[in-house]
Design a protein around this ligand. Structure first.
Ligand code: MG
Length: 311
């Protein structure tokens, strides 16, 4: 059994990530909003208000793979990503598309990802970080398994060392938040577990001290983790953390999704504003699937965290 406080945080992580994605959706590719004019509600964009995007869709594919296989089975995960890719989703990351299109025409996943990375060796985008949280929820009580599967899920599309580091680091923070550590402590504990390059460590260390005006929030994985840590460590509630992340513009939905997983693990489901929870929606699988609402995400959280439990 999981104690009620921990379960609320686990559910907060899952719902928080999806809510962040949906809050950031209309702000993606936009400018940084003026601090006096921040978006605080779910707005329509290219999708109806409250809709989640590829960040959450790929996380759901990962979650379903973890429900079927533990430890993570990379081939199964790759097959589920390709199944999603074949639904012709409107937004597929450039690097993710390069890998999945190769698998789609028959390349084994490991050869596909190697070829895509070789074609663009410096590619270190945030496509595996944005979807990493299901590993933290599935392994909320086993840090070793959490780290191995965080790396493994990234390797399927994003094998760059920075991507592996970001996924493990973010999930290690979630682990400690779920176990009740305050945010600053969780980041320090994660830094004692996950090795980073000196350059990436400097990004993490300095993130909470950055000026908002200097944050770029691009699709580079270092920028995404920087934005999420800045938002988490400079606010005192789930709502404020997400508003700060989403209003950075640029890769707003991904920054807010990553922030949402962290802040949800910190403050719990009860701290997520009801107006956001009620607005959350999307089809899964993307075309012809069922309508997913907040209750679907809560049910997923419970199944991921308690695989043996009924229901
Ligand atoms: Mg997206």
């Amino acid at each position: 059994m999981i104690d009620p406080m921990t379960l609320d945080r686990i559910r907060g992580c899952v719902v928080g990530a999806a809510v962040g994605d949906a809050l950031g959706m209309p702000l993606e590719f936009g400018p940084k909003r003026s601090p006096n004019n921040l978006v605080r509600d779910m707005l329509p964009g290219r999708l109806p208000a409250g809709s989640f995007t590829d960040d959450t869709e790929m996380a759901l594919a990962l979650a379903e793979s973890l429900l079927a296989h533990r430890p993570l089975d990379a081939a199964d995960l790759a097959a589920r990503f390709v199944e999603w890719y074949r639904t012709d989703p409107p937004d597929v990351g450039i690097h993710t598309g390069a890998v999945l299109s190769r698998i789609d025409v028959g390349d084994p996943w490991d050869e596909a990802v190697e070829a895509a990375q070789k074609a663009n060796p410096d590619s270190a985008s945030n496509g595996s970080l944005m979807r990493a949280w299901p590993v933290a929820v599935a392994h909320w009580d086993n840090l070793d398994d959490l780290l191995v599967d965080s790396w493994q899920q990234s390797r399927v599309t994003h094998p760059h060392p920075d991507c592996l580091t970001a996924c493990a680091f973010s999930n290690a923070i979630i682990y400690h938040l779920l176990h009740g550590a305050p945010p600053e402590t969780a980041v320090i504990l994660a830094s004692s577990i996950v090795r980073t390059s000196d350059a990436f460590w400097e990004v993490i260390r300095a993130a909470p001290y950055r000026d908002r005006a200097d944050l770029q929030n691009s699709g580079w994985v270092r920028h995404t983790l920087e934005s999420a840590l800045w938002a988490l460590l400079n606010t005192r509630s789930f709502e404020e953390a997400l508003i700060q992340a989403a209003n950075l513009g640029a890769d707003a939905d991904t920054a807010a999704a990553v922030t949402g997983a962290l802040a949800g693990a910190c403050y719990g489901l009860q701290a997520i504003p009801e107006r956001w929870r009620l607005a959350l929606r999307g089809a899964w699988p993307p075309r012809g699937g069922t309508l997913w609402t907040v209750d679907s995400f809560i049910s997923l959280a419970d199944r991921l965290a308690m695989p043996g439990a009924a229901g």
